[in-house]
Each structure stands twice: as structure tokens, then as C-alpha cells.
Design a protein around this ligand. Structure first.
Ligand code: SAM
Ligand code: SF4
Ligand code: F3S
Length: 444
């Protein structure tokens, strides 16, 4: 067998794709290795969402070239969103790269690797999403993690003015309902207890079969029936597609986690308009109200872009007010990064120092809510899905309902189980504790 090493950047969809690439190349005799210094094929699965993503790829390739200086050259593949966006320029600038393959062409990877010779560089960047999933549906998903990802939808038709995703992942495509359920059943057979349904616009999922229409809510309620499955999550969603049927799942589904990651980007209507988000802050507040009304346990998290062109102090203050109003937990905030080819990249940027200061302010506020939420759990027993044992430590790792990491003293028998952990201390991102033996008689 030959060995393939994949280094993955970016979002969960890239992680899912990486696993599917491992599954695929197994059919042509390549097995996964974690040893980046001894691979026959070295693949970089790249992300283009922010900053100097292209430069990072070139730096990475430079390191690979050095590491393999006195060894047989591996086949070097650049995949993912940078590959899609920058294909032509990359091979010209870095001849050490052998193959460029965009995210919607992975179904062709076996043929390309098998027929590859070092004199014949290849670039594949067509958008063949349907063909890709038809192909992948025939290859068993070998993921055996307690918590597994499952891509149900790809691409984006929304074209927010700052975002590169519609150009790198192509138009929206929803996988057939029954194929998703089949893959879910197979993952559950492999040991998955939690599934995170993935899509760049996951709540825009829409699959038509004759006169039947399937939405994300239908998928959630169907998965809800599978006894062995304990938890359901989905990410990332858009406020415009947060429909009533989906909102109702927060009371009708027993397994949907009470945690909504719903990016708003800004708390100012003016900025939302400039971003082409096509909704107002009020719409977001209404979703929040509706969900809290049917299930008050639900917590929200968001992504924020700070320093978007045109953002004034008053717009930023509106964003801070929104954070205070919703009390988001587990959120992400980034300084606006102009992405080549997007409409926002042509706008006049705001002062860098002002943007940095605003980022610090919002991160402090977000952190404050996060820490308060975590501290409120000290001394309490919370339900955790145990995922694995930590390497080199006699401790275990799992997550609570709100996706916080929990590290605790436990035992192997609890892996894959929902257990109660008594929390003794916390920091911003992690909760620490030990098994609450009294409460866990049912899990053992
Ligand atoms: N589809 C999701 C939505 O509409 O909210 C977002 C997906 S995007 C992969 C993840 C996050 O990256 C976005 O929510 C946004 O906050 C951030 N992002 C995207 N483009 C960006 C840019 N040009 N500069 C800074 N952050 C950006
Ligand atoms: Fe990007 Fe999300 Fe907007 Fe689509 S909806 S363009 S993925 S930010
Ligand atoms: Fe990055 Fe592409 Fe995901 S740009 S965030 S890897 S969709």
C-alpha cells in the first residue's frame, strides 16, 4: 500500500472532504498516514476565507519541498478553496505542485492520481457537485468517530459582498434525502452517536423528489427516530432560511441540540445592507424570540465581521448592543479581509487601527458572556457525550450540549455514552470535572 498524508485547513466541510478523500483513494491502494515526512502523496486541503491564504499554501509547499529534499518526491496535490480560486497561478509560481483539484472535482481524484506522471501537471476545477456526490455515495464512509460530520448541502447562491464561498464552492446543491439517511445509518453503525449536518447554507437544504419536498426539518425529524443516535447538530445556517418548520424542531426533536450557530455578521442594518445579507437585525431578533419561546434552554452563537468598509462607531455600537441583548456564547469575530474578486474588495477599507480596537472590544464582551456562562456551571452536573481519551493523559474528552469542550477523569467504558460530569473549574473554552458516579449508573 502507498501512503497519503492530508493537511486540512478551514471549515468542517473541508474536514468532511478530507475524510471522504481518504475513503476514495483507498480504492487505488493509498492508506492514510499521520507521518507527514514519509508520504507518497501529500495533499493540502486549503481554505480561502480570510487573510493571506494563498501565501500560506506557498509557505507550506516550501516546507514540504525542504522535508523531502533527499527523499523521493511525493505527488503534491493542492485541493480545497484556494485551489479552486487560484488554480492557474499556483502551478506557474510553484512547480513543486503537481495537481490542483477544486472541491467539486474530488470524484476524479483516483483517476488523476493513477494516471499521473511528473511531467504532466493537472488542474481540475469544474463545478460537478452532483456527479461528485453520486460517486461518493458509492464509496463507504469509514469515519468511526463518536461525533461525525455529514455534508448534506454544498455551495452558496447568496453572494454576500465579502465572501469567496460562492466562487470556490459553486452554486447551491442539496444531496438526495435518502442518500443522506443511508450515509447517516452507516456512520451510526460505525459508532457515531452525534451527527453534525453540514452545508455552507445548511438550512437552505431543499430536495425535491417528484412532488415531495424535503427540508432540513424533515431530515432532523427522520434522524430523530434512530434510537442509537443521541445528538443532532447542523451548521452553518443563514438567518433568511431560518423557517418556522426548522424553528419548531427545537421543541419537537428530542435530539436536536439546544444550540444555534446563526451568524449575523453585524448588528447594524446599514452594514447588513452593504454586505448584501438581505435581512435586517429585527429578523434575527424575531428568530431569537421565537426559538426562546418554544425552548428557553437554547443558546445562540454567531460570527461577526468587524471593520467592514463603511462601518462607523455607531454601526459598531449597534453590534455591541446586539451582543448584549442576545448574550451570545461560543462566537467568532474577525476583522474584514478583502477577498480577491468579491464586490467588497473594491470598497475603501476603514482604518486598520480602528478595526483592531473594535475587534478587541467585541472579543472582550463575547469572552465575558462565555466566561459567565461557563462559571455558572461550576458545581453542577452536565450531560456530556464522551468522544475519546486524551493522548498521553489519563483524562477523557467530550462536549456538552453547547459544544464546549469538557475534560474529565473518567473511564474507557464511557466512550460513546452520554454521561453526567460534575464541573469543578472552567476557563474560556473548556470545562473540567469528573464523572458524577451517582448519576451515571444508567450510562455504565
Ligand atoms: N454561510 C455562513 C453565513 O452566511 O453566515 C458563513 C460561512 S463562512 C465559511 C464563515 C464565516 O467567515 C462567516 O460567517 C464570516 O463571519 C467569515 N468571513 C467570510 N468572509 C470573510 C471576509 N472576507 N473577511 C472576514 N471574515 C469573513
Ligand atoms: Fe458566504 Fe455564507 Fe454569505 Fe454564502 S451566505 S456568501 S457562504 S457568508
Ligand atoms: Fe474555507 Fe472554503 Fe470552508 S473558503 S471556510 S474551506 S468553504
Amino acid at each position: 500500500m502507498k501512503k497519503i498524508f492530508i493537511k486540512t485547513f478551514g471549515c468542517q466541510m473541508n474536514e468532511y472532504d478530507t475524510n471522504r478523500i481518504y475513503d476514495t483513494v483507498r480504492n487505488i491502494g493509498y492508506i492514510k498516514t499521520n507521518d507527514h515526512l514519509n508520504a507518497d502523496c501529500y495533499l493540502l486541503n486549503t481554505c480561502h476565507i480570510r487573510d493571506k491564504s494563498k501565501e500560506k499554501v506557498f509557505d507550506e509547499i516550501g516546507r514540504v519541498r525542504k522535508n523531502y529534499k533527499n527523499k523521493k518526491k511525493p505527488i503534491v496535490i493542492v485541493a480545497g478553496c484556494v485551489a479552486q480560486a487560484e488554480s492557474g497561478e499556483m502551478v506557474k509560481r510553484e512547480p513543486y505542485i503537481d495537481i490542483i483539484i477544486g472541491p467539486q472535482s474530488y470524484h476524479k481524484i483516483n483517476r488523476i492520481i493513477e494516471n499521473f506522471n511528473f511531467k504532466n501537471k493537472r488542474e481540475l476545477t469544474e463545478f460537478d457537485t452532483e456527479e461528485k456526490f453520486n460517486y461518493l455515495d458509492k464509496i463507504r464512509n469509514n469515519d468511526s468517530n463518536v461525533s461525525s460530520f455529514l455534508t448534506i448541502q454544498e455551495g452558496c447562491d447568496k453572494f454576500c459582498n465579502f465572501c469567496v464561498v460562492p466562487y470556490t464552492r459553486g452554486p447551491e446543491f442539496s444531496r438526495p434525502f435518502e442518500k443522506i439517511i443511508k450515509e447517516a445509518e452507516s456512520l451510526i453503525k460505525n459508532g457515531a452517536k452525534e451527527l453534525t449536518l453540514l452545508g455552507q447554507n445548511v438550512n437552505a437544504y431543499l430536495y425535491k423528489d417528484g412532488d415531495k419536498i424535503y427540508k432540513l426539518s424533515n431530515l432532523i425529524l427522520e434522524l430523530d427516530k434512530i434510537t442509537e443516535l443521541k445528538r443532532i447538530r447542523y451548521t452553518t445556517s443563514h438567518p433568511r432560511d431560518m423557517t418556522e418548520d426548522l424553528i419548531k424542531c427545537y421543541s419537537s426533536s428530542k435530539k436536536l441540540m439546544p444550540f444555534v450557530h446563526l451568524p449575523i455578521q453585524s448588528g447594524s442594518d446599514k452594514i447588513l445592507k452593504l454586505m448584501n445579507r438581505n435581512h435586517k437585525v429585527e429578523k434575527y431578533l424575531e428568530i431569537h424570540r421565537m426559538i426562546k419561546e418554544i425552548n428557553n434552554d437554547v443558546e445562540f452563537s454567531s460570527d461577526f465581521i468587524i471593520g467592514y468598509p463603511g462601518e462607523m462607531d455607531s454601526d459598531f455600537n449597534d453590534t455591541m448592543e446586539l451582543v448584549k441583548n442576545i448574550k451570545f456564547i461560543n462566537s467568532y469575530s474577525f476583522i474584514f479581509s478583502p477577498r480577491p474578486g468579491t464586490p467588497a474588495s473594491r470598497l475603501k477599507p476603514i482604518d486598520k487601527e480602528i478595526a483592531k480596537e473594535r475587534l478587541i472590544n467585541i472579543q472582550e464582551l463575547l469572552e465575558d458572556y462565555q466566561i459567565k456562562k461557563n462559571q455558572s456551571l461550576i458545581g453542577k452536573s452536565i450531560e456530556v457525550l464522551v468522544e475519546n481519551k486524551l493522548r498521553n493523559q489519563d483524562k477523557y474528552f467530550g462536549r456538552n450540549a453547547f459544544l464546549n469542550s469538557v475534560i474529565f477523569e473518567g473511564a474507557k467504558k464511557y466512550i460513546g455514552k452520554l454521561v453526567d460530569i460534575k464541573i469543578s473549574k472552567t476557563n474560556r473554552n473548556t470545562l473540567f470535572g469528573k464523572i458524577d458516579e451517582k448519576k451515571n449508573m444508567r450510562a455504565a
